[in-house]
Design a protein around this ligand. Structure first.
Ligand code: GLC
Length: 546
């Protein structure tokens, strides 16, 4: 296929698409298995594009599909210009991008610039070349008798591994913020900067509509490798949110802007300080970044309102749109999280055997879906959330694959519970994930998913899928929701209400009493049945003026 210039279809011409897009996250291993080997792949994804088009989304974000030993589900890349053979080929990736565009769906790929795989040519060369070699300067190799410092991995535990010299003596240490199979690259090295810029161009040339930047706040390290002492002041953490990052993203933005068709940069930035967070979205940097604050809050009117307020206020001065994210491949599925007494999310508090009320969680997830879809900015949907899949919490221990589980010494469940392959049909050995009789899915699906399958939900007007499809349709058709302003409305305690544009009102009731809807309102969509015309607890309604 030729350059990206020729592949944009008329339906994907909007240069500001990323400001209000609905973006569906595809965890490629678990979406659809086209060749029956038990692992999702590009062939499966291509065959399901009509499903995504009917859902009405604007773009897909595909988690890493590159050559990789899969030590961290593909976030350990051994070749950024090749597709993992289990997932397909570069030619299939190009076909997917082109077929998506024909349906009005852009493809956002996942670039992982903080680290690569220990099987990447660079790291193998560095190990072979030995201490003091230029090949080692692309990484953080350190001579030290003892561990060089005590940085704690986001996966828990140490972040350094000691190599062994050819003669069997202890060698240099290398840094890996995540697993030992994911050595961090050294962003002070010009080769590193150039390589990732070339990777961006490689994929932009193939027509991708954007890039999700993995671990985007972690790339730059303090060259002194100083210890983290207490709570470092803004910009002074030795491996997070360092000021030099802005220059990296300004150069990435220049590359994105040099392509036609509004290629977007989306940062994965887990930062507690919202003022620092939005600095990455100044006009010459990233287009957007995931807003994780919202999904980390307790399900309550006050918490939700505070998060919306804080997010909108912080984004306004930099002119960037907010994003709304209920989950992703790293966190607990909303149906499960919102069905718990503590409905906040944090990696540290994720435990086995946490009591959950799935019925409650499902009701709240429906309400949360409508609430987030009514907010200004772009919306992310993680595959399977549109089906209301719960977190799978009984994966047999010998099937768990996630390094987070292993790093915890097997004491924490890790992230596989939200990565279980999707159920497409009521019947079939893997509920249609692969063909009937194909190899079983790489993570076992629980019994009882027949009614959660796409097939079952397409036939049920009250299903989660029907709700998502309707909400996305209204969102696309309504100028109020697409580009209208945002105004809080006065409401009773326990109720969150706002207006978008001229006439669309969104009301969520968190209180234990049903709430009356304003007189003269026409209900466009509601997440749960009204009771005597009133909105019950844990429900959201979209209203239009009559
Ligand atoms: C990001 C990814 C996560 C991965 C980690 C290391 O947080 O979302 O899945 O394990 O980075 O690459």
């Amino acid at each position: 296929m030729s350059s990206g210039e020729n592949v944009l279809s008329p339906s994907t011409e909007d240069p500001l698409w990323w400001r209000h897009a609905v973006i569906y996250q595809v965890y490629v291993r678990s979406f659809a298995d086209g060749n029956g080997d038990g692992t999702g792949d590009i062939a499966g994804l291509r065959s399901r594009l009509p499903y995504l088009a009917a859902l009405g989304i604007d773009a897909i974000w595909i988690t890493p599909w590159y050559a990789s030993p899969l030590a961290d589900g593909g976030y350990d890349v051994s070749d950024y210009r090749a597709i993992h053979p289990d997932f397909g080929t570069i030619e299939e990736a190009e076909l997917l991008i082109a077929e998506g565009l024909e349906l009005g769906i852009r493809t956002i790929i996942d670039v992982v610039p903080n680290h690569l795989s220990d099987q990447h040519a660079w790291f193998k060369e560095a190990l072979a070349a030995g201490p003091g070699s230029p090949e080692r300067e692309r990484f953080w190799f350190v001579d030290s008798e003892d561990i060089p410092n005590h940085w704690v991995s986001p996966f828990d535990g140490e972040t350094w591994t000691q190599t062994t010299n050819e003669d069997g003596t202890p060698g240099q240490w290398y840094l890996h913020l995540f697993t030992p199979e994911q050595p961090d690259v050294n962003w002070n090295h010009p080769d590193v900067r150039k390589e990732y810029e070339d990777v961006l161009k490689f994929w932009f040339d193939r027509g991708v509509g954007g890039v999700r930047i993995d671990s985007a706040a972690l790339l730059i390290k303090d060259p002194e490798l100083s210890e983290v002492v207490g709570e470092p002041a803004a910009g002074e953490h030795p491996w997070q949110d360092r000021d030099e990052l802005h220059e990296v993203y300004a150069s990435w933005r220049a590359i994105a802007d040099s392509y036609p068709g509004a290629r977007a940069l989306v940062g994965e930035l887990w930062l507690p300080d919202v003022e620092r967070f939005v600095q990455y979205m100044r006009p010459n940097e990233l287009h957007t970044a995931f807003n994780f604050d919202f999904m980390s809050r307790q399900w309550s009117a006050q918490q939700v309102r505070e998060s919306i307020d804080m997010t909108l206020n912080a984004h306004e001065p930099v002119g960037a749109p907010s994003t709304w994210v209920l989950s992703n491949h790293d966190v607990t599925r909303p149906v499960t999280r919102l069905g718990r007494e503590d409905s906040t999310f944090s990696f540290l508090t994720k435990e086995f055997n946490t009591p959950t009320d799935l019925e409650l969680g499902t009701r709240r997830s429906r309400a949360a879906a409508l609430l987030t879809a009514a907010l200004p900015g772009s919306l992310y949907i993680y595959q399977g959330d549109e089906l209301g899949l719960p977190e799978v919490e009984n994966i047999p221990r010998n099937k768990i694959d996630d390094p987070m589980h292993f790093k915890s010494g097997g004491t924490k469940p890790g992230r596989d519970g939200c990565r279980v392959p999707l159920p497409w049909t009521r019947e079939g050995s893997s509920y249609g994930f692969g063909e009937d009789g194909a190899s079983s899915a790489w993570l076992p699906q629980p019994h009882g998913w027949a009614n959660l399958s796409v097939e079952a939900q397409l036939e049920d007007d009250n299903s989660m899928l029907a709700l998502y499809t309707r909400a996305i349709k209204i969102r696309h058709e309504s100028a109020d929701l697409r580009e209208g302003g945002f105004t809080w409305l006065t409401s009773e305690p326990g109720v969150v209400a706002f207006r978008r544009g001229e006439s669309l009102t969104c009301i969520t009731n968190f209180a234990d009493q049903p709430v009356r809807l304003p007189d003269g309102a026409r209900v466009l969509l509601v997440s749960d049945e009204l009771v005597d015309g009133e909105l019950p607890q844990d429900a959201t309604a979209w209203l239009a003026a009559k």
